[in-house]
Design a protein around this ligand. Structure first.
Ligand SMILES: Nc1ncnc2c1ncn2[C@@H]1O[C@H](COP(=O)(O)OP(=O)(O)OP(=O)(O)O)[C@@H](O)[C@H]1O
Ligand SMILES: [Mg+2]
Length: 249
């Protein structure tokens, strides 16, 4: 239980921020310091508030490839990442992570290709795919390949940065993911996760930052927009649908 995390906090340099992307995104210029939870830090909020831009900048400032993967991956397909990482400072504890992975929602395909490519090159060691479950990630469904990665590749003692990891997963798998997450945290893993999932967001040993109205605010699970919207829909789907459709006539 003693483990207290590798990453402590994130600061944004406030002076002389340039104009244009990403500083035209209100949430990304409005904070000074955010504390990381030693177990899980979530970022949630509407589409387009800047979650992926922020989490990618955190990953890049920690030395991950902007397109995702472990720190050994250095392929690029398109340099689309922002300059935000130049303006971030991450405070770290004395503990050093032994493992790490950045899962960038939009380029998981490229990570799968990179693993296949590296495995085609001559090498004396075991094939890389063995640590991802043994079956090419391209030969599995989107959900299956993510599940192989999560169940086989992540071993604990590391920092894992995940952008919408639920996007490929059924609700049942998302619940199973909570169990594996807890297991990895017992093995000294620290996570930073963006999510739209009311299931993942329920993980209790976590800080939730909601990005809305140009601010990044710490909220409790039940106060989060995700929780409130899903709850009101699932409690009264018929009432909500009737309201929606009546305004169409
Ligand atoms: N390379 C880019 N150049 C210019 N603008 C960009 C670039 N990438 C993203 N944006 C813009 O920045 C804003 C934030 O995008 P971002 O992908 O960070 O949102 P998000 O919160 O992750 O949304 P979602 O929930 O849909 O994944 C959006 O308005 C987007 O159009
Ligand atoms: Mg995103």
């Amino acid at each position: 239980m003693e483990f207290n995390g590798y990453l402590l906090s994130l600061r944004l340099k406030q002076e002389n921020l340039p104009n244009g992307y990403p500083f035209n995104i209100p949430c990304l210029k409005s904070f000074e310091k955010l504390d990381f939870h030693p177990n899980v830090t979530f970022f949630t909020g509407e589409n387009g508030v800047g979650k992926s831009t922020l989490i990618e900048a955190i990953a890049v400032s920690l030395g991950f490839n902007a397109e995702g993967g472990s720190k050994n991956f250095n392929f690029t397909s398109k340099a689309t990442h922002s300059e935000l990482h130049h303006y971030l400072t991450i405070s770290k504890s004395f503990r050093k992570p032994k493992d790490g992975f950045f899962l960038r929602g939009e380029s998981f395909y490229n990570v799968a290709s990179e693993i296949d490519k590296l495995d085609e090159e001559p090498s004396f060691g075991p094939k890389l795919i063995e640590s991802y479950g043994g079956v090419s990630l391209h030969e599995q469904s989107h959900g299956q390949s993510f599940w192989s990665l999560f169940m086989n590749r992540f071993g604990g003692s590391g920092v894992y940065i995940l952008d919408e990891p639920e996007s490929a997963l059924s609700a049942t798998k998302q619940i199973a993911m909570l169990s594996k997450l807890d297991n990895l945290i017992d093995k000294n893993a620290q996570f930073i996760i963006t999510t739209h999932s009311p299931i993942l967001l329920a993980y209790p040993n976590a800080t939730i930052y909601e990005m809305a109205d140009g601010k990044i605010t710490k909220v409790k699970y039940e106060e989060s927009e995700i929780y409130r919207v899903y709850k009101s829909f699932l409690d009264h789907p018929k009432r909500i649908l009737d309201n929606l459709f009546s305004s169409n006539t």
